[in-house]
Ligand binder design. Structure first.
Ligand SMILES: *Cc1c(COP(=O)(O)O)cnc(C)c1O
Length: 424
């Protein structure tokens, strides 16, 4: 597969180049030349395929020939060692994407990416330096995914005081090849700093730099797998409701649909950082300053994948395939309570945003007739501060218990590119 920058379709590059350079030199995001389609026989056999087989069929056309099939088999089988259950909750399906080591869906992208990078950098003698900005969950997933990977060091930028104590320990507790940096500013500041570093000629010459954000195509592609797997398990057409921040997850879902997974509609749910729902409704795209909410992994006022979505789909095409709405913190809390009271199921705040947006569109009669699937993007224990006052004590997965024992080792810098350059 060849890749282009969203800003210049005249020069193409390989998957390896797109993955390892993260942003194109013109500041654009890499997009595949085409979105491949599943073969008829794959589409027919989906309901009986295993997760890793679906993973192979989904990822292979995007990464060949840079990652050969046998290497991809190893990557996929060692990355996806956990369950991806589709659970019935009050007549809807909830796709639980939080059974990986950091208890959020970002494990799918990060674990693939760490293994792919380790393979793609072979033959290079400088160590590969991953720089990534996080609103909370990416940092933990990337730190965990890359921890101990030879030849790769990772620097994670996170907004000081705006991530949970558990998230902070997941990001900063590992040490080793992982450096945690708390930035005096918002997530948008962190993202701006990372982007500035990637377009800094001096830095990119001196360091072998790459990113692990959802702007990186190598993280986005493997996220398409679980959409197809969800449709396969449901055994027919599905509607997917996606709690969204940077819109990488949604873009991956739209790739899966384009490949031929039977997803007939998406609902893109945000918290009050409603740049995208406003755009879909009005046609006007106005980035906002991000506001803090209880679904903090979605506190994004300038969704970085918007540019990628625009390069694939027009506003009209998006309107045909997507609904989008936003949900307040009060509605999110009320939803956690309702779903717990009525169905004895505990949603995390992000999943609750999705659940509530789906309910609103169901009431309006706008949701297509197909199995409604809400993506549960994080385990509720990750957001115990918010969830436990509503539901009472919740069980913590072992991986999170372990992370809570770690101590915080991080450096604080102002939201200033020179401070970051010095540190790097
Ligand atoms: C990152 C994250 C999101 C948002 O995903 P995007 O791909 O940035 O839209 C939603 N929920 C959780 C729990 C997350 O960690």
């Amino acid at each position: 597969m060849k890749y282009f920058s969203t800003r210049d379709k005249s020069k193409s590059c390989t998957f390896a180049k797109a993955a390892l350079s993260a942003l194109a030199s013109d500041g654009g995001l890499f997009v595949p030349e085409t979105i491949p389609e599943y073969s008829q026989s794959v589409k027919k056999s989906l309901p009986t395929m295993q997760f890793c087989d679906i993973a192979m069929e989904t990822v292979r056309p995007f990464v060949e020939p840079d990652i050969p099939v046998q290497v991809l088999e190893e990557i996929v089988h060692s990355a996806y060692t956990f369950d991806v259950p589709l659970v019935n909750v009050g007549g809807r399906n909830v796709l639980e994407l939080f059974h990986g080591p950091t208890a959020a869906f970002k494990d799918f992208g990060a674990r693939f990416m760490a293994r792919a990078f380790s393979y793609l950098r072979r033959g290079e003698n400088r160590s590969l330096k991953i720089l990534t900005a996080t609103s909370g969950d990416t940092g933990g997933a990337v730190a965990d995914g890359f921890f101990g990977v030879e030849g790769v060091t990772v620097t994670v930028l996170y907004p000081k005081g705006r991530v949970t104590p558990l998230q902070e320990r997941q990001i900063s507790g590992l040490g080793g090849n992982i450096t945690a940096v708390s930035v005096e500013g918002s997530f948008d500041d962190c993202q701006r700093l990372a982007k500035a570093a990637f377009s800094d000629a001096e830095l990119t010459k001196r360091l072998y730099l790459s990113s692990a954000n959802s702007i990186n195509i190598a993280r986005l592609i493997p996220q398409a797998i679980y959409y197809t797997a969800a449709a396969a398990k449901a055994g027919g057409d599905i509607v997917c409701c996606v709690p969204s921040g940077n819109f990488g997850n949604l873009t991956a879902g739209m790739y899966a649909a384009k490949m031929g997974a039977p997803i007939v509609q998406f609902i893109a749910a945000t918290n009050i950082n409603k740049t995208f729902p406003v755009y879909l409704e009005s046609g006007n795209y106005n980035e906002q300053v991000s506001q803090a909410t209880i679904s903090n992994a979605m506190d994004v006022g300038a969704p970085s994948n918007f540019e990628r979505m625009k390069s694939h789909w027009t506003l009209e095409e998006m309107r045909r395939l997507l609904l989008s709405g936003y949900v307040t913190d009060d509605e999110t809390r009320a939803t956690i309570k309702d779903v717990f009271d009525q169905h004895n199921y505990i949603l995390d705040p992000h999943g609750a945003v999705g659940w509530h947006a789906a309910s609103t569109f169901l009431q309006k009669g706008l949701v297509k007739k197909a199995a409604l699937t809400v993506l549960a993007t994080a385990h509720p224990a990750k957001f115990a501060e918010t969830v436990e006052p509503i539901t009472g004590k919740i069980p913590f997965p072992k991986t999170l218990q372990d992370a809570m024992q770690r101590s915080i080792k991080s450096t604080t810098i102002p939201a200033d590119i020179n401070a970051l350059k010095e540190l790097l």
